[in-house]
Ligand binder design. Sequence first.
Ligand code: SF4
Length: 410
Amino acid sequence: MIVERGPRSVFCGLTGIVWLHRKIQDAFFLVIGSRTCAHLLQSAAGVMIFAEPRFATAIIGERDLAGLADANAELDRVVAQLLDRRPDIRLLFLVGSCPSEVIKLDLSRAATRLSGRFSPRVRVLNYSGSGIETTFTQGEDACLNALVPTLDQAPASAPPQLLVVGALADVVEDQFRALFAAMGLCEVQFLPARQAGQMPAVGPGTRFLLAQPYLGETARALESRGARRLAAPYPLGARGTRAWLRAAAESFGVDATLFERVTRAPFERACLALERHRERLAGKRIFFFPDSQLEIPIARFLAEELDAKLCEVGTPYLHRALMAAELALLPPETTLIEGQHVDRQLERCRAARPDLVVCGLGLANPLEAEGFATKWSIELVFTPIQGFEQAVDLAELFARPLVRRMRLVA
Ligand code: SF4
């Protein structure tokens, strides 16, 4: 594995708001930032202005930046106005940005102050979505990490509980809940829950499965509350999903025959559906720029289940413990790069002439102009891709640009 440092090309953690605000249905995300932050969110989320979205930006103006205005007083006023106008809000996140960090606005103190004022109706938490030295999926990690200290303590006498950690589309969550229930695991909890008042309790009896690989801080916070992580690959592709489910089943003593009976039909259906994409992707050479932190599990899926060839797999950070089960399944000759020096990586990409490049939005258009087929890695977090039923959709995301490029060339 090679570690590389240099210029990077990634989105910041504010991007996570786009999927988190859909997930926690009575939460609101108030970014304390600049017009740039507001534009990023507005364009990434594509929400109509009249749709009453559950996020907004409190713009830090020049007077705030110059220290002429009391930013805390301004913030209190904006929050009071917001909560007055939106009585449906139960959980308010104050989300820090590069500008709020530059003026050293203490959002943690602001959240404590505002929580005292508006609780029990509204709980106010804070986290940072700043783009300084981060990548965009860290926003979800920071958000869930902020939630962990607020979770109720599960009683020491409570039976072991399964907790699935990481924002999943509701349809995926429902499928997993049904599969776990068929195995006799009926009390499965999810973090984040769909409502602020339904967040799970946590304690020494909690065993958790990560549904997303980029939740290192959240995992650490849960472990500090006594919870235990179940090591597994991530639920991507037919085999990844089966291995992920099996980790929970084995930990909870589910009978192997019952596990087989519950998973066989959806597993075989997913494998069959993947067949037509294997024809398109087998032997295709794929190059990953570091962006979403999903690169390693996705590369494993493409190599293991679709016979694709991996030119280079870049990842912004490599959390070895959280990635151990995935690394064990990657082809041994895979070139892994942690971090980024975007210029050098572009040179290697051009030299390798891959069939498909997986990268951020900023690199995709120039690479397309140079004749490469590309896949935006941000689509991987906006699209339901986990689980048996979605394995074919995940494969389709990679097959489609290849087909399009073939048509353009023909
Ligand atoms: S948080 Fe920083 S990187 Fe993100 S949009 Fe705002 S200014 Fe840009």
